[in-house]
Design a protein around this ligand. Structure first.
Ligand SMILES: *Cc1c(COP(=O)(O)O)cnc(C)c1O
Length: 242
């Protein structure tokens, strides 16, 4: 029907324009920080969004997608997973979902306990895959936030890095919700400083990545060293809360 096709084309144009705008913002922030834009991976956070929109973003050159709920994500991952595209788990994973996550996802950014890490390791091992993971750190110390404390991170990192089927690649954090994005800067800086400490204490681990920054604050996160930004609303629009 013409009406449907028009709607689809409008959606495609909207998402394509949003992606172009986000890429321009990434490039500007990188330039301000004296960094290269290609050091920064854009993860499009597609939670609650239809698979068709993921495919639109993919056709615009986005290769990395993030989901935070296992049950919602699995059908999308099963339906669309071309070579070179990566699905990232970015939300809290209950251990009883560890198997499905290890099997379906290309990376897990939200590893926040040894128990979860061991479960992911077991099932990634069964699959014969090496699963890239980030350690989620509650850098701001907010009681409501998931993640390990900065203090416990070195000891946990050491044990998680010893698991054969996991590849620890860095750290992830979620900054506190704030009206002014500048308020997120100390959390981003804190994660970068923690990575510097870990590079000294555990040089055998490749501390490549800092996954930090979302729609409201990803430019600031890039100024503070983010190598991965997780952007949902600026690409797909506001989520309808369920
Ligand atoms: C939803 C979500 C994002 C993206 O948030 P936006 O504000 O839509 O950019 C990033 N990271 C995590 C962990 C999320 O759950």
């Amino acid at each position: 029907m013409i009406g449907d096709r028009a709607t689809t084309e409008e959606t495609r144009r909207r998402i394509a324009a949003n992606i172009a705008r986000v890429r321009a913002t990434i490039a500007e922030a990188a330039r301000r920080a004296g960094r290269q834009a290609d050091e920064i991976t854009l993860v499009a956070v597609s939670k609650t969004m239809p698979l068709a929109w993921v495919q639109i973003a993919y056709n615009e050159g986005v290769t990395d997608f993030g989901e935070n709920r296992v049950q919602d994500a699995l059908p999308k991952v099963a339906a669309f997973h071309p070579p070179g595209m990566r699905w990232h788990m970015i939300g809290h994973v209950q251990t009883n979902k560890g198997r499905k996550v290890a099997e379906a996802f290309d990376a897990v950014q939200s590893v926040d306990s040894l128990h979860l890490a061991e479960t992911l390791d077991r099932y990634a091992g069964v699959r014969g895959k090496s699963l890239p993971v980030l350690l989620q750190v509650n850098i701001s110390g907010e009681a409501s936030k998931e993640g390990m404390t900065p203090e416990e991170t070195p000891a946990l990192a050491r044990r998680i890095a010893a698991l054969p089927a996991l590849a620890v690649q860095g750290l992830m954090t979620i900054a506190p919700l704030a009206r002014d994005p500048e308020e997120a800067r100390p959390a981003f800086r804190g994660l970068r400083l923690l990575r510097e400490q870990l590079r000294q204490e555990l040089p055998e681990i490749a501390w490549l990545h800092l996954s930090m920054g979302m729609t409201d604050d990803y430019a600031i996160a890039i100024e503070e060293g983010a190598t991965i930004v997780r952007v949902g609303r600026a690409i797909f629009g506001e989520r309808v809360h369920t």
